[in-house]
Design a protein around this ligand. Sequence first.
Ligand code: NG1
Length: 407
Amino acid sequence: MTKDPGTLLELFSSLFGGAPSHVARAPGRVNLIGEHIDYCDLAVLPMATQHEARLEFRPREDGVVRITNTDPEFDLVEFEIGPAIAPGPPGDWRNYLQAPANELARRFAIWRGVEGVLSSDVPVAAGLSSSTALLNAVGLALAHANEVTVDDAEFAGLMAGAEQYTGTRGGGMDQAISLGARAGHAARITFEPLRMRHVAVPEDWCFVVADTGVRAEKSGRAQTEYNQRRSECEEALDAVVQFALLHGRLPTTPGGYPDLLRMIGAAELMSWAEDVLQGRLLRRFRHVVSEAGRVEQAVDCLLNADLAGFGTLMDASHGSLHSDYQVSSRELDELVAIAREGGAAGARLTGAGFGGCIVALSDRGTVGAVLETLVEQYFEPRGIGHRIDDRLFVAVPSAGASVGILP
Ligand code: NG1
């Protein structure tokens, strides 16, 4: 963490008196492949990063939550726990604190609030799950203070539900990986029911993350576009299923994309889709089906340490996100091209897109050249070549969230 712990303790003591007794921490993540398909309940392959949100807190004897942030941009937030907390304006950071309190109170008789100071070094609005890290840290603190015991999968599901409070109709990938990641590993995550298969990242592999600097705020256009993509996927699925049922091509109604893919297989499904869908919906459907296939191949590449194969899949994923899903941008495309020119085995946008970051794969031998090329061709021309630590880094596959007593 970059924050000075002295400052954090002083801040805590000046606001609440005394010192925090506990800490809850939750990391951000970088998604390696499987983009915009978690909300279709299809498998994804993210890993947690070294950046995290950290809440140093003390349980209270009443239902009040009081949390401030070491970043002066964010005010002290105060509210009472309950199952119907009124949300603040879109984009207000209070929503990420209220969301887990609201969700936990809907499910459990929680009554004990917390007071604490939050700090985070997860880059904001960059597709690296800064919001989920925040939300998970607060959720864990409240669960701990109220002695809520649920298994990890259920808790991840609760936090995914909580995030909907903020207005984004997201999937469950970010909450699951931030809570359940294992150091040194990525995880193949499947949904309904939530399962995580941890897959070791080969020692020699380096996932470089580079930030366009264009914020993809989930309270503005990015949120509208994101929610629209999800609706389009639902619409496309519905049209294909109705068509197949009408023509007697399906014995039963499938429960969703995973079911349909299991019943029919990708190739036949795409040939049906071409009969039923056109334009935008056909493109969205093709991205979802093709990306689901790439995730399975990517898991095999990871298991076999096939760096070139994994890189090729990342390139194909980016192409699909650019052309079929239309969530890339000029800056993202530029960073992807530069990373490849610098010697990366493959590169793609990561997270929701519309700005934010790319992820590029290289080995230890070439990572220096990839980083240098990105600095020379993207960051230096923009006059930011000298302060790019949080804009350009090699992601460390890190452990998931934890909560405990401070020494
Ligand atoms: P980011 O880019 O971190 O906001 C979002 C969703 C994910 C997933 C990805 C795209 C939230 C909290 N997260 O991530 O569930 O759909 O986009 O793959 O909405």
